[in-house]
Design a protein around this ligand. Structure first.
Ligand code: ZN
Length: 481
């Protein structure tokens, strides 16, 4: 009997065993018998055509049999067979194609890589044979796409379904002013093709979901998480752990960024770091809280660097270390991260063995509740507010945004009371007055109206859609932000 060592991500499919004893004369026979015994394992090791997947590395004892006639490799009784995910212990990536060669044009293009011994021809071919999936072509995806294409990563998949808008251009430098209104996928691919026509670009115009994630991620060596919401982060994490793909992580908020590599063999995953998402609404998104435009450039470039290092198998990967960056202090810090043995997905006894409903997990309803057809009694349309003004009706308009937002634009006559100051400044308001509250989009002012109702105000209304709707419906000279 030979011993087959099972990597952590595949253990859920073999009754959580670390190793299995199997009889057989060749690697092919043993893997065949293993997948007959553990049926679920089969689709992870073999393609639909019955071929051993290209990203599955098999070692007999310490011997990499990738370039040998691997399935016919003879196995002796006390041999140990290791199934190794694409990347392990700095060993080179398993690559889909046999090492290709570079054209003279490519040799010239990559000459600054080729003259470094750490990259050289061998490393450049690894880059050419590698495949990387970028989840998102926004702030983080922009520098990632530009640099990974320039570096010569052979196949780059892009997941996005969004359209370029004007507010993206402050940081998403892969898109230009002429691209506003275009699909991000089209705009990003055009730019990347211009940077390097030797790179194969694979568009995935979908919202990544529990239904499609495994099928999409499966075909790539490395996944880079450039998303901006918690459900997708957990989805990408779990899919990477289940598939045994490293997940190069980056996140940004205002002036701060984080980066690390999750789901690397032996290393922690996103759930080891954050077992549970914050309650919905607690952590504002970049759309709500803002982000320094340069920040995703820096964090995305760190992610790109880690991706290239993983492909080359050089250096010390950012595994088990969380890099924190503070742009205002211009300071990097590093925290140790450990794999949690009780982690529900990458731990020793995982309870998550397939993808779940991540919107539910994060407490976010998948479908927004349908908008109520009319106004509720606590809401008022901006057009009606303007009509009240024009009729000279007496009412108090309060603006619950922040002072720096008030500087961008305001509605004449509005009194500024930021939402956070409302409780202690409520005495400035008279519950006998009719009060209309507004903010940017209507979310914060709805909270203000709730608060005022709780403390006894009865004549309060939320201006629906905020100053954005005011700009659309009443006064287009008011800028939108
Ligand atoms: Zn984990």
């Amino acid at each position: 009997m030979a011993k087959v060592l099972i990597p952590t991500p595949l253990r859920p499919y073999v009754d959580k065993k670390e190793s299995v004893e199997i009889a057989g004369a060749t690697v092919g026979e043993i893997l065949e018998s293993l997948t007959r015994q553990y049926g679920e394992l089969r689709r992870h090791l073999y393609s639909d055509e019955g071929k051993l997947r290209s990203f599955v590395n098999v070692y007999v004892n310490d011997e990499d049999i990738r370039y040998l006639n691997k399935e016919q490799t003879p196995v002796k009784d006390d041999d140990t067979i290791s199934i190794v995910p694409s990347i392990a212990g700095g060993r080179p990536l398993a690559t889909a194609a046999p090492p290709a060669s570079l054209s003279n044009e490519e040799i010239l293009r990559y000459s600054r890589h080729l003259i470094m011994p750490e990259v050289g021809m061998e490393g450049q071919l690894k880059l050419k044979n590698a495949s990387v999936l970028l989840v998102g072509t926004g702030g983080l995806g922009a520098p990632l796409g530009l640099y990974l294409a320039a570096a010569g990563v052979g196949r780059i998949g892009l997941v996005d379904f969004d359209v370029v808008d004007m507010t993206n251009l402050q940081r998403q430098v892969i898109h230009g002013t002429k691209d506003v209104g275009r699909k991000k996928l089209d705009s990003a691919r055009e730019r990347m093709r211009d940077i390097n026509p030797h790179v194969e670009l694979v568009p995935h115009e979908v919202r990544l979901s529990s239904e499609n994630a495994l099928d999409i991620l499966r075909d790539y060596d490395i996944v880079v998480d450039g998303t901006d919401n918690f459900p997708t982060r957990y989805l990408v994490n779990d899919a990477c752990v289940l598939l045994g793909k490293p997940n190069v992580y980056g996140s940004i908020f205002r002036f701060e960024g984080q980066a690390t590599v999750f789901a690397y063999p032996g290393g922690p995953c996103y759930r080891c770091l954050y077992p549970e998402p914050p309650p919905p609404g607690l952590v504002p998104s970049c759309a709500e809280g803002g982000v320094l435009g340069i920040l995703p450039g820096l964090i995305g470039v760190i992610q790109a660097t880690e991706t290239v290092k993983l492909i080359l198998g050089k250096g010390e990967p950012l595994v088990g270390r969380l890099l924190l960056y503070d742009a205002l202090a211009m300071r990097f810090r590093e925290l140790k991260l450990r794999r949690n043995p009780d982690c529900p997905v990458c731990g020793d006894h995982p309870t998550i063995r397939e993808l779940i409903d991540y919107h539910e997990f994060c407490g976010i309803p998948q479908q927004e509740p349908p908008p109520s057809p009319g106004m509720s009694e606590w809401e008022i349309d901006p057009v009606e507010v303007k009509a009240k003004m024009d009729r000279g009706e007496r009412f108090v308009l309060i603006d619950v945004r922040e002072p720096h937002e008030y500087q961008i634009c305001r509605i004449p006559g509005a009194k500024l009371i930021p939402l956070g100051e409302l409780p202690r400044r409520v005495h400035e308001l008279d519950s006998a007055d009719e009060i209309v509250a507004h903010c940017r989009s209507g979310v914060r002012s709805a909270k203000a109206v709730d608060f005022l109702r709780q403390v006894g105000f009865r004549k309060v209304k939320n201006m629906k859609g905020g100053i954005l709707a005011w700009s659309d419906k009443v006064d287009p000279s008011v800028p939108k932000y």
